[in-house]
Design a protein around this ligand. Structure first.
Ligand code: SF4
Length: 367
């Protein structure tokens, strides 16, 4: 059930948190003018990504695509390259699709309307509310993980905040507390407080402007809130790939458009089958994907990266084509291919594991 605070407490909390925000907010590039296009991009980039990285990517993005028109006209490869390293590449593809729709149907502008926003690819209730409140100063509550944490502690909520009942409670509180005169500042203030003061670990209660209103603080339950529920178990995945060398060039292929990392590039490879060694897996995958028989030369690097609940270990091997393998690859798992030198690899967008290999290959003097 949504707690029912007194009107006086609501207005106190609003005033305290706004005063704190005006004093302590971070200087972020999209806060200079709150342009809706910039707010939209910053919100999508900010999902699952630390703020320093968001600022770095956002700044580069705005140099490449300063407005919706330039984004709508950009090739998909350029957009994926600008997104490379942020993960969840469907977000980048959706941004580009949305830019094209905005260009064709909304005169190159972000619409200031909830329904119109939610009809666009990749814009759900959270992003739509954030764009409207931060970009247009419209009164929509915005609930992210920071806001969930602040309200879970402020009201010492025992229900898991990710469960249906907990979500409803937090959404209700966010609507109740929303400063309708000042939604842009208020929503950002809540999120900022969660990011800088009411942090998941070691919250700074001694300097928190809401301390005297905080039930978890007065009951000494801060470390128990929010209740998150059980996390899914981590799944380990082991993969292997081949870095095929031929005449001083390296073979790469582009993943199929409907694939999870569609449009990105990679070295041929895939998941190991039960009982396979990484070397055997690399040979099998290369044969299946390209039709080529290759000779494994040296093991190269083994890299690890995390993707949602998966920990992916990727083994890589230098390989050469066996004699007689002169025909083009059969492209059984790719839409096209290229032979490139190690420096030019950097011009192509790669998913996380392959990107680590590319970075180290491009730093090698010789191949
Ligand atoms: Fe969070 Fe502590 Fe502030 Fe409560 S007093 S809102 S737990 S930082």
């Amino acid at each position: 059930m949504v707690p029912q605070p007194k009107e006086k407490d609501i207005s106190d909390v609003r005033a305290l948190i706004l005063a704190w925000f005006y004093r302590c907010q971070r200087s972020l590039p999209w806060r200079q003018n709150y342009h809706p296009y910039q707010v939209w991009i910053s919100e999508v980039m900010g999902q699952q990504t630390q703020m320093e990285r968001v600022v770095e990517y956002f700044t580069r993005w705005m140099r490449l695509f300063p407005d919706i028109t330039s984004l709508a006209l950009a090739p998909e490869q350029a957009v994926l390259k600008a997104w490379e390293g942020l993960g969840y590449y469907s977000r980048a593809r959706n941004i580009r699709r949305t830019a094209k729709i905005l260009q064709e149907e909304h005169q190159g502008q972000v619409p200031a309307d909830l329904q119109a926003l939610q009809a666009l690819p990749g814009i759900g209730p959270y992003t739509a509310a954030a764009i409207l409140s931060i970009g247009f100063n419209q009164p929509h509550p915005v609930v992210d993980a920071n806001v969930e944490r602040v309200f879970a502690r402020l009201y010492d909520l025992e229900e898991p905040v990710k469960g249906a009942a907990g979500k409803k409670t937090v959404q209700g509180l966010a609507a109740l507390f929303l400063d309708r005169e000042n939604p842009r500042a208020f929503n950002q203030a809540l999120m900022e407080l969660g990011a800088l003061v009411c942090m998941p670990k070691r919250p700074q209660c001694s300097t928190c402007p809401l301390q005297k209103h905080c039930l978890a603080f007065s009951r000494d339950t801060v470390t128990l809130r929010p209740v998150l529920g059980k996390r899914p178990d981590r799944v380990d995945i082991v993969m292997a790939c081949g870095i095929i060398q031929h005449n001083g060039l390296l073979y790469i292929q582009q993943r199929l458009a409907d694939d999870i990392w569609g449009g990105l590039w990679e070295f041929p490879g895939g998941r190991l089958e039960p009982g396979e060694t990484p070397a055997q897996g690399a040979l099998r995958e290369i044969l299946e994907e390209t039709g080529w028989q290759v000779q494994l030369e040296d093991a190269y690097r083994t890299v690890t990266h995390f993707y949602t609940r998966y920990r992916v270990t990727l083994h890589s091997f230098f390989c050469t084509l066996k004699e007689g393998q002169t025909r083009p690859p059969s492209l059984n798992a790719a839409s096209c291919y290229a032979w490139v030198n190690s420096r030019d690899l950097l011009q192509y967008p790669f998913p996380a594991g392959h990107r680590q290999l590319v970075m180290s290959l491009s730093n090698r003097n010789t191949l």
